[in-house]
Write a protein that binds this ligand. Sequence first.
Ligand code: HEM
Length: 157
Amino acid sequence: METGLLHLHNLLRWVLLILLLWSIYKAYTGWKGKKTFSAGDRKIWLFTLISAHTNFLIGLYQLACGRYGIFRTSLPEGESLMKNHFFRFFWVEHPVAMLLSVILITAGYKMAKQNVADEVKYRKAFIFFLLALVLILAAVPWPFRADIGRPWFPGMN
Ligand code: HEM
């Protein structure tokens, strides 16, 4: 089950990125094109929200019980967390940045329900989603990142 969850965490990153890009496109074209907010827009934003929250929950499991989880491993003898690049990334930087990105995605989705002009909905959601995207791109352990790099796709190691 553990490997399956890690693979799912890896794969869901792509689902989330695609949906988030789609949400950003919808928000931007809606804003600039002065469109009327539609049920289709809300649906894409909702799917983005669901995939972000799901991956967040799987991430919490990884942080607690995964192979490098807090309850499964300990820091190398005599090392402090903030001085160890590997553990600082997986225990602090990655979770904190992803938590912020999920908060931003939730704020973006909530714009769909706000009682404001459609232009405001689209514009604010665009900003929230874009900031979330920047954070996710910065905090994913991409394969080219030294020490912390992870495969592009599940099982590719
Ligand atoms: C919600 C957006 C998130 C995305 C897009 C994301 C993405 C990823 C990716 C692509 C990996 C590499 C997976 C692999 O090795 O195949 C990973 C690993 C990991 N993530 Fe996340 N993550 C997210 C949220 C979180 C959160 C919120 C936490 C913790 C609270 C977390 C904790 C971890 C840990 C501990 C690992 C290392 C697991 C291991 O290698 O055993 N992630 N994440």
